[in-house]
Design a binder for this molecule. Structure first.
Ligand SMILES: Nc1ncnc2c1ncn2[C@@H]1O[C@H](COP(=O)(O)OP(=O)(O)OP(=O)(O)O)[C@@H](O)[C@H]1O
Length: 295
């Protein structure tokens, strides 16, 4: 569905994305994950054809998305910047979407509006931030576009609405499989939804893999400082914190199985996808604590 090779984008002289490569299969849900400013929005806007690449290759549905009617007719991009005519109420907006999107599912849109208590006779400018995001999400579900891109779709949603949104996303995907890209800073909330993650770090592809492989790529090791330090000699250390005097908890990269029986004096823990991501992309040892050292 999406193939990129050495894709780069510059805004004037500023590099927003550098040599990103990936191959995203049809009918998968991929989390586009990265720290602030990593290049996620830029990547997704290139995929949607909203931006023109600077160099490299990008093909979506076999075409250059920037000049492709096929891509624009089969893609929806949901973010908090969507703008609509303010003279139309929500019901009239839904009617207009039905004209744009061939797979539009009006009964689903109306049921979701009722469930999320969005009055159809109100206007977009009268919605709160979270309600507006919910309305955008409903458009994403009901449009049923073969390529559906959500850029931080849960902005402003409270925890209960976010939970419902994720559940609705999964249910709707199972009912109508399509290719979904979703960027979020809440990887811990969405990791169960995702098949793959595309981690963009410092403006290029850092990792494109399954969620389970991401989790397997790191491990937590706890124990007496000396024992952990000897273990770390054989593995790439990502972080190490003292838990109590003489004892530490480290996170290391693993390239294969680590057997507890071979290290009886250490305790190994599996990390969540989010913990793995945070450790793999941590800026430097010491983190924020370093800023306050001595101040
Ligand atoms: N219109 C623009 N002009 C100049 N630089 C830009 C523009 N848009 C984005 N950038 C820069 O490109 C880089 C990538 O931005 P982008 O918005 O793609 O990141 P992001 O991963 O979506 O960030 P966030 O998680 O904070 O939303 C950043 O360094 C940003 O400052």
């Amino acid at each position: 569905m999406i193939k990129c090779k050495d894709l780069s984008k510059k805004y004037h002289s500023a590099h927003a994305l550098t040599n990103l490569s990936c191959d995203i299969k049809e009918n998968t849900i991929t989390g586009v994950i990265g720290r602030n400013g990593a290049g996620k929005t830029t990547f997704m806007k290139l995929v949607a054809g909203y931006l023109k690449k600077t160099t490299g290759e990008i093909q979506v549905m076999g075409e250059n998305p920037f000049t492709s009617l096929k891509v624009s007719a089969n893609t929806i991009f949901i973010d908090d910047q969507m703008s609509f005519p303010t003279s139309l109420n929500l019901e009239e907006l839904l009617d207009s979407f039905a004209m744009f999107y061939p797979n539009w599912n009006m009964p689903l849109a109306k049921e979701l509006m009722t469930y999320f208590k969005l009055p159809q006779n109100t206007y977009i400018q009268n919605l709160s931030k979270g309600m507006r995001s919910t309305f955008h999400a409903i458009i994403g579900f009901a449009a049923r576009c073969p390529l559906t891109i959500y850029d931080e779709p849960t902005t402003g949603m409270d925890a209960a609405v976010r939970k419902d949104f994720y559940r609705a996303l999964l249910k709707d995907y199972l009912a109508f499989p399509r290719t979904i890209l979703i960027s979020s800073h809440y990887l811990d909330e969405i990791e169960n939804l995702l098949e793959d993650v595309l981690i963009i770090h410092e403006k290029h592809t850092f990792l494109h893999t399954s969620v389970s492989k991401l989790k397997e790529s790191v491990i937590g090791v706890k124990g007496e400082k000396g024992a952990v330090e000897s273990f770390m000699l054989m593995h790439e250390k990502l972080s190490c914190t003292e838990t109590m005097p003489g004892f530490v908890m480290a996170v290391v990269k693993t390239s294969g199985n680590v057997y507890q029986s071979k290290h009886p004096n250490l305790t190994f823990t599996n990390l969540s996808a989010n913990e793995a991501f945070v450790n793999l992309t941590a800026p430097s040892e010491g983190g924020i604590d370093r800023v306050f050292t001595g101040s």
